[in-house]
Design a protein around this ligand. Sequence first.
Ligand code: PMP
Length: 361
Amino acid sequence: MGDRVYNFSAGPSMLPVEVLKDAADKMLDYDGAGMSVMEMSHRSKPFEKIIEEAEANLRLLLGVPEDYDVLFVQGGATLVFAMIPLNLMAGSGKADYIITGQWAEKAYQEAAKLGDAKAVASSKEQKFSFIPKVAPGEFRQDADYVHITWNNTIYGSKYPAVPDTGGLTLVTDMSSSILSEKIDVSKFGCIYAGAQKNIGPAGLSIIIVKKELVGRAKESVPTYLDFKTHADNGSMYNTPPAWCIYIAGEVFKLLLARGGVEAMEQINKRKAAKLYDFIDGSKLYTAPVVKEDRSLMNIVFVTGDDELDKKFVSEAKAEGLVQLNGHRTIGGMRASVYNAMPEEGVDKLIGFMKRFEAENA
Ligand code: PMP
């Protein structure tokens, strides 16, 4: 086996080595079952235990209140973009969206296909370099919900605090930040995330939704897209993404053993601060996002010279620091430092950045 690299990919991204090794050990025989979890009936006792523990541990990690359902579904965050309006545009049929990046825009566009969606604020003209502040009075008072994207994976920004909607239901995409910092679930009507960044393999999405918001979808909504289908059936209406749920469950156990989300937040703040402090103190690199809205997970920076950016990415790769290129639509660099990125990886990256600066200043 070759050496593992430090993988700064925005997703799918690094998973904890402990989880990968343990899954590899159990690949042919999961706890005496004589088969892997991948080959196991989702109705079997061992899998029932896996999914129940995964849900219980996620609830523990995030402090999910009793009056919320936790759903495991397929289709990525992109399918949830459609599920949100199909389930929650159930009163006035209006929903207000804050546009803080391409994913927020996609969520909004999906809602606009299905109902009266309004983009109430956007930082697009300023290249999504900040999170717009919206006063509660700027939302339509009869909107069924307000949608935000907590962490903007492509631009590297995040909400510094939960925005005040003046009592309107708040829905958030937390795909790229879930489990990275403490959040108060009770402030949201619905939180959702694709798994492939901070949770596990691609192919699983998690939806945490207040029970009173479940069961509002119209009759015409396809069965799979109705939250109630998954809520009533313990996420086992049909075959769930069993392998993904298993690995996610192993990640949850590991996070609990490491002190939970509070402990991860401390480490994540330290990792991000090291990088931003270095970037802010350097003459070569700049971070385009305003300080108060910077992401802890996706650290975006540029040299201001496209060719030099490309050189950076390729030389870093040669040192085992891979996937540092920015999103294909914006270029530059992006270091995604999810929970599974060890602090040592960040230190190595900073060491490389220093050398590259000295050689190219
Ligand atoms: N939302 C955010 C914030 C994302 O970063 C991504 C993917 N990078 C998506 C949604 C889309 O997720 P998926 O590919 O799981 O549909």
